[in-house]
Design a protein around this ligand. Structure first.
Ligand code: ADP
Ligand code: ZN
Ligand code: ZN
Length: 703
């Protein structure tokens, strides 16, 4: 966020004051704290959208309050340009959630409210342009397709097992607010529990918000939702919201939910901000997933907002996972959340056997141990699928000169460029931080030697090697590169489901949520990379990721197996995986966090600064850190706050911008909140003086 304190002040064209005018306090999407007052000849309800003059621009705003008197001289208050009436006012609970998010995440209200809306609803040009034709809502309604919904085949629901029945009953019995943590091992049938709980709520005439980390990767879920909830809520009762939709599609879905036409909203994190008049239940699947955290603009956690919203609406919220976040687990341990467990797989199969292959003294072939190769061979012979998991796309993470040691580096970032193969002569080097691309040099730029070779391996190289080893096998690779075209991920997954693939190579994209019927073996390459990351959450993330990818094995076929190759088999993360012991891992993890005073036993925020030069960023952070010492009286409870030393980010430079951060911590959340509210007031001016971009993140996931 750049300081704009002094730009574009509301201009002060004098206006005749009259007795019969109404004052509106409006939220606008500008990086300025506070709200802006306007006048209007008639009364306008809070929650209405208005187009207002702002400096020389016209901006979309949302009326937040209707005060009796303006906050500055009435003569200087400008008149709204237009009051939009194509939508009913935003409901008060939506307004409350936005206000909470603004205050909690330390952002101006307008910067919270407006970006959550479908694009058409926040663009002035959509209403006042030449071809606006009454705005996007009216246009959409006019050409609303009369197409009848696709017929759905109602799917036969399985009879629930004892654990599932208990869970569903416990959720059905909740009246009012309650957060439920549904901890179920992979394949335990959590989806079926969500669906039954949702059916009950739909049958009571309420709406359901069903959140998932990523939608386009799991078309399966949309299908089963459609077929099993259609009965309870009608054939056209589902709306889907995610960032991959076109503006029009998104607006249509949003409107159907907001009007109560759609009774179930299936969506990613952004769907938490959809007005839902009859909301009766929120489900957050894979609640531990980092995708629920928005990493730009308003850095909110949709999972945390879901709990807040459920509390505010006095309804239940179900957080489900095989590996809950330690934050949620701690809540359940303390009794704040109701914990429900599914300890067995729903189908008549056991959890897969997890085998650690100690790679320290093994003769490895292209990153594969003999054990893993043999295991893949065995599955091929039995007509079962194998999944090779490697969280690194491209051919090789770096290109290296054998004679002088040159390595391929991004000129704009402190990062290597990754070698990608795209057919003869079309190979290229790419930076995964800024997107920079270059041709592969024919010889070393430093010494001229032609002995350049790829170092390490990514999914492309693994795929290539597997094709050499198993020429008969049908191999597919699923990663961000192979699925760039719209629909290609779905097509690849469909092939896997149809049994047209024998070996699947993939990144974390394949780990999430898929129910592959014929997959017997999962092999994990290079897991150790995450083991020694600086971030204190790294082991938790590694455990969750491996548990999830391991959970793809043997969901329908017996004898599922997971092979994890590692140099550190004795590490607690791996030992816990072998025993499928989330509970033990969580206990150990929480004890450790409590001992050192880390979340969830402490609360954090992160101030990040970006500048042309690191020194500038550090200087800004150093001065920001000193603010409370300079005027201690201005800071209520500052003594309960720890401000750490500013440090450069691990990847220091991205696209020629250097970055540093300052960690803020407190054992008490209210103290942290109070501190941030006061502190952030002084930051824009300080940042302006240093010409740095800055952002403040509350509850950062990565530090
Ligand atoms: P999770 O989300 O807990 O990993 P899923 O909901 O994907 O597990 O369920 C795993 C598999 O078990 C799916 O194929 C699902 O259809 C099946 N399943 C769920 N509940 C039952 C049940 N009660 N009886 C038989 N199969 C079930
Ligand atoms: Zn060289
Ligand atoms: Zn780069």
């Amino acid at each position: 966020m750049i300081d704009t304190l002094n730009s574009d002040p509301p201009s002060s064209e004098p206006q005749a004051s009259s007795d019969d005018c109404f004052w509106l306090r409006v939220a606008i999407d500008v990086p300025l704290a506070g709200l802006f007052d306007y006048r209007c000849a008639h009364a306008v309800a809070p929650g209405c959208r208005v187009i207002v003059p702002f400096g020389r621009r016209k901006l979309m705003g949302i009326v937040v309050e209707t005060p009796d008197t303006p906050s500055f001289e009435a003569k200087q208050v400008r008149e709204v340009d237009e009051v939009l009436d194509d939508l009913p006012p935003f409901p008060s609970d939506w307004m409350r959630m936005a206000a909470f998010a603004a205050q909690y995440y330390q952002r101006p209200l307008g910067e919270v409210m407006l970006p959550t809306l479908p694009a058409g609803l926040r663009k002035v040009t959509a209403y006042q342009g030449k071809r606006s034709a009454g705005g996007p809502v009216r246009r959409l309604d006019k050409r609303a397709s009369k197409s009848s919904p696709k017929p759905i085949q109602a799917k036969e629901a399985p009879a629930l097992n004892e654990e599932q029945i208990q869970a569903v009953q416990a959720i059905d019995a909740i009246t009012g607010y309650k957060a439920v943590l549904l901890h179920g091992v992979t394949g335990s049938g959590k989806t079926e529990v969500y669906l039954r709980a949702a059916q009950t709520v739909l049958a009571r005439g309420r709406q359901v918000l069903f959140m998932v980390p990523e939608i386009n990767l799991t078309p399966q879920l949309e299908q089963s939702l459609r077929s099993s909830l259609a009965v309870a809520a009608g054939p056209d009762s589902l709306a889907v919201l995610h960032s991959g939709l076109s503006d029009g599609e998104r607006l249509r879905a949003w409107l159907r939910v907001q009007r109560g036409e759609a009774r179930i909203l299936l969506g990613t994190r952004l769907s938490i901000f959809t007005p839902m008049p009859d909301l009766g239940l929120i489900i957050v699947d894979e609640e531990h997933d980092a995708s629920y955290k928005q990493q730009e603009g308003l850095r909110y956690s949709a999972r945390d907002l879901a709990v807040w919203r459920a509390h505010d609406r006095d309804i239940p919220v179900v957080l489900g996972s095989a590996t809950p976040s330690l934050e949620s687990w701690a809540h359940a341990q303390r009794g704040n959340y109701l914990k429900l467990s599914l300890e067995h797989r729903a189908r008549d199969v056991e959890l897969p056997v997890v085998q650690l292959v100690d790679t320290r003294r093994l003769a490895m072939q292209q990153g594969f141990s003999p054990q893993l190769i043999e295991a893949i061979q065995g599955r091929l012979e039995h007509g079962e699928q194998s999944l090779v998991f490697l969280n690194r796309r491209g051919y090789a993470p770096v290109l290296n000169c054998g004679s002088c040691g040159w390595v391929s580096q991004c000129p704009r970032c402190t990062a290597y460029t990754v070698l990608h193969r795209a057919g003869a002569r079309r190979n290229y080097l790419q930076c995964h931080h800024c997107g920079y691309q270059a041709r592969v040099p024919a010889s070393c730029p430093d010494c001229g030697d032609q002995d350049l070779h790829p170092m390490g391996r990514g999914t492309q190289r693994v795929e290539e090697y597997l094709a050499e080893l198993f020429p008969e096998a049908r191999i597919a690779r699923i990663d961000a590169d192979s699925t760039r075209l719209k629909g290609s991920a779905e097509a690849l997954f469909a092939k896997v489901h149809a049994g047209e693939i024998d070996i699947l190579v993939g990144t974390q994209m394949v780990a999430k949520g898929h129910d592959f019927a014929n997959l017997g073996l999962v092999g994990v390459l290079n897991a150790d990379g995450m083991l020694f990351a600086q971030d204190f959450r790294a082991p938790e993330r590694l455990f969750a990721q491996l548990m999830q990818v391991a959970g793809r094995a043997g969901r329908h076929v017996r004898g599922g197996k997971v092979i994890i190759q590692t140099d550190y088999p004795e590490q607690p993360v791996y030992q816990a995986l072998v025993k499928h012991d989330y509970v033990g891992f969580a206990r150990y993890g929480l004890e450790e966090r409590e001992a050192i005073g880390l979340p969830p036993y402490a609360f954090q925020a992160l101030l990040t600064a970006e500048a042309r030069e690191l020194a500038t960023a550090i200087e800004f952070l150093t001065q920001a850190r000193a603010l409370p010492e300079q005027s201690p009286d201005a800071y209520y409870m500052a003594s309960a706050i720890t401000l750490y030393d500013p440090v450069p980010l691990r990847v220091l430079r991205v696209a020629n911008i250097e970055r540093a951060q300052l960690l803020i911590e407190s054992a008490q959340r209210p103290a942290l909140q109070a501190f941030l509210a006061q502190w952030s007031v002084s930051l824009p001016e300080l940042a302006g003086g240093h010409r740095v971009r800055w952002q403040l993140e509350v509850d950062p996931l990565e530090i």
